[in-house]
Design a protein. Structure first.
Length: 80
């Protein structure tokens, strides 16, 4: 699970590691399967305690919605 420290419209600060904004390319590991996911954040949504990322994975036309509870701690990062 990822801990959200600060929450602003269209961006969040997580685990003291930095800020993530809508439009950023991110990578993370899914807690339950160990699968690595990469994609661009289309939207950051959900309530403050149940934040979700709507992403468009690479080489895909379908968007995916991922809860912060599904992301393995320490694996969420912005890809430059």
């Amino acid at each position: 699970m990822v801990i959200v420290e600060k929450d602003k419209f269209g961006s969040i600060v997580i685990d003291g590691t930095g800020r993530i904004d809508e439009g950023d390319k991110i990578e993370f590991v899914v807690e339950s399967t160990g699968e690595v996911k990469q994609g661009n954040i289309i939207k950051i949504c959900g309530s403050v305690k149940e934040r979700k990322f709507q992403i468009l994975p690479e080489n895909s036309e379908c968007e995916e919605l991922w809860s912060i509870f599904s992301i393995k701690e320490g694996t969420l990062k912005v890809i430059k």
